[in-house]
Design a protein around this ligand. Structure first.
Ligand code: NAD
Length: 351
């Protein structure tokens, strides 16, 4: 399928493919929109089975970043990059330097950061060839690990949704967390401190043990997370947790978690709404991480230090936006994810 015929192509401003013969780098950088500012989004390294699959992923992910950045009220557009390769065997400093050179050729219209398969350590090498890389440690503007900020946003979003659903705080409520990695692990600690009971699962036994020890959480097998007695379900693993099948099993009234792309199909999204569940759209509730990265981009641009107060103000604003999504969903009797998409498009069009 060609670029312009792909269903994932939705008015993207530019899509550039770069090849570096010396290192074998194959990367695609997609800029969906720069209407709100330079495009920002992570660099994913994945062993895509074909370049078509890589293209489709980068198109889809870059558009999602436009929506996420708009809903986080950032002066950033949406972009993403993918490197075709195996992150366990295919990484080298030279590969990421070549990636940095590719980012530089986009001329500041795209800022890269880490994502699935890449790390801040990889991005340090990219930074040798371009200044348009954020999410690093060790300089005055650096924002560090975005996961705690993502988890803080998700935590506040759960508080908000739970208040709407149950009329009170988290004390005594049970939250089921699927995936206790970076985001899920920090989230578990915050929920535990707020008095929630936890049921957790993960495919990584060590991560599970750490979180269970720290929070007293009940541990269940990965598939059993959909059957447990919990008022809130927080998907914090990979995408696609909400399907027709899992919706048939979940007892929770609230779905609010950090994972991207939680709704597997449009039909599952509709079913979730028909069942009267309160769903916090994934790319709204998990916008804390990109907000943290945005603070670094802002600081680098202005030659200033990283400003945690700016991040806090944006996080508070993000929660107002989430509240507005919930309110409009009720008023207009439409799913929250539909309302959020519409609001994101309006914010992009408004500038
Ligand atoms: P992570 O890799 O640290 O954690 C994910 C965890 O999920 C891992 O511990 C993994 O073992 C577990 N997992 C994978 N498959 C599972 C399954 N089938 N059942 C149960 N557990 C499973 O990643 P992360 O940084 O915590 O990100 C989690 C999610 O949040 C991802 O979808 C990511 O895209 C999204 N997200 C992360 C951030 C961030 O700041 N890190 C920001 C926005 C969105």
């Amino acid at each position: 399928m060609s670029l312009f015929d792909s269903p994932a192509f939705q008015g993207h401003e530019s899509v550039q493919a770069f090849h570096d013969e010396r290192t074998g780098l194959k990367t695609i950088i997609a800029v969906h929109s720069t209407a709100r500012g330079p495009a920002a989004g992570g660099c994913r390294m994945w062993p895509y089975p074909s370049s078509e699959a890589a293209l489709e992923d980068v198109l889809r992910l870059s558009r999602a970043m436009s929506y996420k950045n708009a809903m986080a009220d950032l002066e950033l557009g949406g972009g993403k990059s993918v490197i075709i390769g195996d992150s366990h065997t295919g990484k080298s400093p030279a590969l990421f330097e070549a990636f940095g050179a590719a980012v530089e050729k986009v001329g500041g219209r795209y800022w890269a950061a880490e994502d699935v398969g890449t790390s801040p350590a990889d991005m340090v090498h990219a930074r040798k060839r371009t200044r348009f890389v954020a999410g690093l440690d060790g300089h005055d503007a650096a924002s560090g690990d975005p996961s705690p900020v993502t988890a803080e946003g998700v935590f506040r979003g759960i508080v908000l949704a739970a208040r709407r659903a149950f009329g009170g705080g988290l004390d005594g409520l049970t939250v089921a967390i699927q995936g206790v990695g970076h985001v899920g692990g920090f989230l578990a600690e915050k929920l535990h401190a707020a008095g929630a009971k936890l049921v957790v699962t993960d495919v990584n036994a060590e991560a599970l043990r750490r979180v269970a020890e720290a929070t007293g959480a009940e541990v269940v097998a990965p598939d059993a997370i959909f059957d447990c007695e919990a008022e809130v379900f927080a998907p914090c693993a990979l995408g696609g947790a909400i399907t027709l099948a899992t919706l048939g099993r979940l007892k929770a009234k609230v779905i609010a978690g950090g994972a991207n792309n939680q709704i597997a199909t449009a039909e599952a999204g509709r079913r979730m709404f028909e069942k009267g569940l309160i769903y916090a759209p994934d790319y709204v509730i998990n916008g804390g991480g990109i907000t943290n990265v945005a603070a670094e981009i802002r600081a680098l641009d202005r030659g200033e230090r990283f400003d945690p107060l700016w991040v806090e103000a944006k996080l508070a604003r993000l929660m107002q936006t989430l509240e507005e999504v919930f309110n409009r969903s009720v008023q207009e009797d439409r799913p929250t994810q539909v309302v959020a998409d519409e609001m994101a498009r309006a914010r992009i069009a408004a500038v």
